[in-house]
Design a protein around this ligand. Structure first.
Ligand SMILES: Cc1cc2nc3c(=O)[nH]c(=O)nc-3n(C[C@H](O)[C@H](O)[C@H](O)COP(=O)(O)OP(=O)(O)OC[C@H]3O[C@@H](n4cnc5c(N)ncnc54)[C@H](O)[C@@H]3O)c2cc1C
Length: 499
């Protein structure tokens, strides 16, 4: 077998997955990463002895019954890790003392909802039946869709046929429309606080299904530990990660990608170039917009996951009275927090009472996120003093709000840290600071995006910018699929090994 080489741009989960599967299949690879550590968005950082996690809430495929599970094993992500399944997804507390909880167990959730809103029993039965139904669904990922034969297509259609009716029914219903189906005002209000209004409901029902079957667990230690595990696996397979190696340009000769040029001017050549970095920068900057058509242009008109203002807090206290929640507690604000002229009337606080490794004993990390536009922060960041003051103002408003819910909070505060959409952009290069790529909407939920660009040979893309909905599984799966395509092209039998 002649040795073939590949250059991978980006050491996020997608780049690492691509590298791991490529090494397993005899490709000689190197990853070029502009940052100083693996993981990209899947990261954790330390402040004053507390750890703040910029990603991991739930890992789809954490159940051994899932077909993603063996892939997470193959890439070594879960090696020596404890995975826990939390009791609740989140909880909304109203100002007048009521609360609505999304329990991970769908039977418990349905009973709780019916207690709040007996008038909505029929709809609660309808959607909880859909959650149970979707909880049986194991999304097939073993074979790259690019390699499907007509027979594979037929098999897939047969496998998915029972789900298609439910997919169509819930897929075209946005969260806003779903919320409108509740007669009860509290459930209606809560549902809109739990998820973005433009999201496709099917995505949420599937998530609830995964929570119900314990297939969306949390990995103790958090995001960076998971990424470091993958980096270790990649290096053990003979791969090499070059850090502080930002790629400026993809070199093209006669319609073929042949190498890369780094920001420091050095050039590297390989048989294949795979970008697992931001899609927009890859197409419009590294390739100068020379390889595209209407399809590609249309992709980048899809709505994005909004960027975030992300506040990490460290307090000298515990929260053992609250259940462990994937996403956290939503509380109303007495005084709205305004960011870029947008009023935020609620605060979603994620409380790390589920991972002792995030703070010293007796202390806890908390995280609060607000969606906010990139342009506002980009403009503000030009003026360091104003940028810093705005971050401080938001952090102070958050602490004051939490002090009302948790008396004494301000005095227990030992650490605060604010990341903005500009921070996310600076550290990962993601377009508009987006936290997860393209939003999964009723319009794109069945879209199979291309991982190649028109007119450019020897070039592939992996990661959240080639799979609407993004997330860690998008990196894992797209990396695996790109390597399957390479193997087919090079007449190699695709093979995997387990860590
Ligand atoms: C707050 C938050 C919570 C999330 N929660 C979850 C969750 O619970 N579950 C889940 O599944 N997903 C979650 N996600 C989404 C998930 O983190 C991302 O979808 C996923 O990590 C994307 O992986 P990726 O490898 O495709 O891209 P990235 O992580 O963006 O990796 C791209 C890499 O390329 C590098 N790069 C960029 N440009 C260049 C260049 N020019 N040269 C060299 N290197 C370059 C970057 O530095 C980066 O390391 C969350 C995201 C956020 C922000």
């Amino acid at each position: 077998m002649t040795e073939k080489s590949a250059i991978i741009i980006g050491a996020g989960v997608a780049g690492l997955s691509t590298g791991i599967y490529a090494q397993m299949n005899g490709y000689k690879t190197q990853i070029f990463e502009m940052g100083i550590k693996p993981g990209g968005l899947c990261t954790t950082w330390e402040r004053k002895g507390y750890y703040i996690d910029g990603c991991l809430h739930w890992l789809v495929g954490s159940s051994p019954k899932s077909s993603y599970y063996h892939m997470w094993q193959e890439v070594g992500a879960l090696k020596d890790k404890n995975v826990i399944d939390m009791e609740c997804f989140n909880r909304y507390e109203t100002a007048d003392g009521k609360s609505v909880t999304i329990y991970s167990d769908i039977d418990r959730l349905a009973a709780h909802f019916k207690e709040i809103a007996p008038e909505d029993s029929a709809f609660i039965d309808e959607f909880s039946a859909a959650v149970r139904f979707f909880s049986e669904l194991d999304l097939p990922a073993d074979k790259a869709p690019e390699l499907y034969s007509p027979l594979d297509g037929l098999k897939m259609m047969t496998r998915m046929a029972p789900y298609m009716r439910e997919f169509k029914k819930w897929g075209k219903l946005s969260i806003k429309e779903f919320a409108g189906r509740f007669q009860n005002p509290l459930l209606r209000e809560s549902w809109l606080l739990f998820w973005p209004p433009e999201f496709s409901s099917v995505f949420i029902l599937m998530t609830l299904g995964w929570l119900h079957t314990k297939n969306a667990g949390y990995v103790i230690g958090g995001s960076l530990e998971l990424a470091l595990n993958m980096e270790k696996r990649y290096c053990e397979l003979g791969g090499k990660v070059n850090y502080k190696s930002g790629v400026e340009k993809i070199l093209v000769e006669n319609g073929r990608a042949v190498g890369i040029k780094l920001t420091n001017g050095s050039e590297y050549k390989a048989d294949y170039i795979i970008s697992a970095a931001d899609g927009h920068a890859t197409i419009w900057e590294m390739l100068e917009g020379k390889f595209m058509d209407q399809t590609v242009e249309k992709y980048y008109e899809m709505p994005l996951f909004k960027p975030l203002v992300f506040i990490g807090l460290g307090v000298k206290r515990t929260f053992t009275d609250l259940p462990q929640m994937v996403s956290g507690l939503i509380i109303p604000l007495e005084k709205a927090i305004t960011i870029d002229n947008k009023e935020h009337k609620h605060l979603n606080v994620r409380i790390y009472n589920f991972d002792p490794s995030f703070a010293p004993e007796g202390k806890t990390t908390l995280e609060v996120m607000f969606e906010s536009d990139f342009a506002y922060w980009q403009e503000l960041s030009q003026d360091t003093a104003r940028y810093k003051a705005e971050k401080e103002r938001i952090a102070a408003a958050v602490v004051s709000a939490l002090n009302k819910r948790f008396p004494g909070f301000s005095k227990q505060l030992e650490m605060w840290d604010v990341a903005t959409p500009v921070t996310f952009y600076r550290y990962t290069g993601n377009w508009q600071g987006s936290c997860e790529g393209f939003l999964m909407t009723p319009d794109n939920m069945m879209l199979q995006m291309k991982k190649t660009l028109p007119g450019l040979d020897n070039f592939y893309m992996a990661g959240q910018w080639v799979m609407p909905g993004g997330g860690l599984p998008s990196g894992l799966i797209s990396g695996n699929h790109v390597v399957q395509v390479l193997c087919k092209r090079d007449k190699r039998k695709f093979k995997v090994t387990t860590a």
